[in-house]
Write a protein that binds this ligand. Structure first.
Ligand code: 13P
Ligand code: SF4
Length: 351
């Protein structure tokens, strides 16, 4: 049962000592989150993974995060994902075949190697990070996207941004790039469904990917809430649509959202557009300060793949480690890892 599971996780964790570090993303459910040695957004957890000395890095998050931990850690360190089915549906919206086809098609209109910087959101497979490494590109997260885009535009006039169109569009717009200079690449159509002229005029080419959780937040949810509580502060993740971000006063990563609400004056009201586990935990935490935190959508929207990591899977990987068995190791092939590391290290250096 749950109490026994909890006790056994603690015992296994204690038996492993410093040989193991547990990293937990802010979207993890409470029963898992409480076992994390460190918690954070994608950028913070990537840095922690690259700085850790632990033999085993147990990543309570999703697949691309464990891949990054493997790529940035030493070869003798082992990255583990408690449930191998914990993927990210947005990351799956771009794959190497489709991105290489896009690059080839762009080459019929312009010279991508000198005119386009490929930028991949960290929510992507390792081979796409390697693609960026090969083609003079870089990785970004939701907390450094602006700095990464500035770096990218300083090198080449255009950016190909994948897989999340919203992070790309919201960040570009805040940097002063007008919407008319952004096009969306429909990966199901030849030349992304665009004309040659549209591609030549564009500064940002946005992959048509999106997060199925954040797309559920709608501008009318904000309108309705504000009609009832006009003094509410609206804070959202940049994976939300352009229309939602336009109505928010604060936009940023999961870590930014937590820090902003924590630092705010007491007795303030917040409407938060990001995953439910984070919002519920934050609401409980700041309630004693008189701050009220509300979920932006009237319906429940959770990240079902983040939710896959449950205490039973965590217990299973930890008890196996205690017995000397590594289960659910995430190991990126060396050649892909080397190129992906280039793009990730570019990111860590720039921002
Ligand atoms: P953060 O880097 O802001 O934690 O975002 C990760 C993510 O998957 C958001 O959906
Ligand atoms: Fe992926 Fe969206 Fe889940 Fe984040 S919330 S891990 S982007 S599916």
């Amino acid at each position: 049962d749950d109490a026994e599971c909890e006790t056994r996780i603690r015992a296994a964790r204690a038996a492993l000592g410093k040989r193991c570090v547990i990293l937990g993303h802010h979207y993890q459910r409470d029963e898992v989150f409480r076992h994390a040695d460190f918690t954070g957004d994608s950028l913070k957890l990537s840095r922690l993974a690259s700085q850790s000395d632990a033999e085993y890095i147990v990543f309570c998050g999703v697949h691309f995060m464990a891949e990054v931990a493997d790529i940035l850690s030493r070869p003798d360190q082992v990255a583990i994902l408690p449930d191998l089915a914990a993927g990210c549906s947005m990351a799956d919206m771009a794959n190497l075949v489709a991105v290489e086809r896009c690059w080839r098609e762009l080459a019929t209109v312009l010279d991508p190697e000198s005119e386009v910087t490929p930028v991949t959101y960290i929510n992507s497979a390792a081979d796409l990070k390697a693609f960026c490494g090969r083609h003079g590109g870089i990785v970004c997260t939701s907390s450094n996207a602006q700095k990464i885009l500035e770096w990218s535009f300083a090198r080449r006039g255009k950016v190909l941004f994948f897989p999340d169109q919203h992070l790309g569009r919201n960040t570009g717009y805040r940097m002063g790039i007008p919407l008319e200079e952004m096009v969306t690449w429909d990966f199901g159509k030849p030349l992304g469904g665009l004309t040659e002229d549209e591609i030549r005029r564009a500064r940002m080419i946005l992959w048509a990917g999106f997060c199925s959780v954040h797309q559920m937040f709608r501008p009318e949810h904000i309108d309705r809430f504000l009609a009832q509580y006009p003094d509410t502060r609206v804070i959202v993740h940049p994976e939300c649509s352009f229309e939602v971000c336009q109505k928010a006063q604060y936009i940023g990563s999961t870590e930014y959202i937590l820090n902003t609400v924590r630092a705010a004056e007491p007795n303030t009201r917040w409407l938060v557009g990001t995953e439910l586990n984070l919002v519920n935990r934050l609401a409980r935490e700041v309630q004693p300060q008189g701050k009220s935190v509300h979920f932006l959508s009237p319906t429940v929207c959770m990240c079902s793949t983040m939710f896959r990591t449950d205490p039973q899977h965590l217990l299973w990987v930890l008890e196996n480690l205690v017995e000397g068995h590594v289960v659910n190791r995430i190991e990126v092939p060396a050649a892909i890892a080397a190129e992906a590391r280039g793009a990730l290290e570019n990111m860590l250096q720039v921002a």
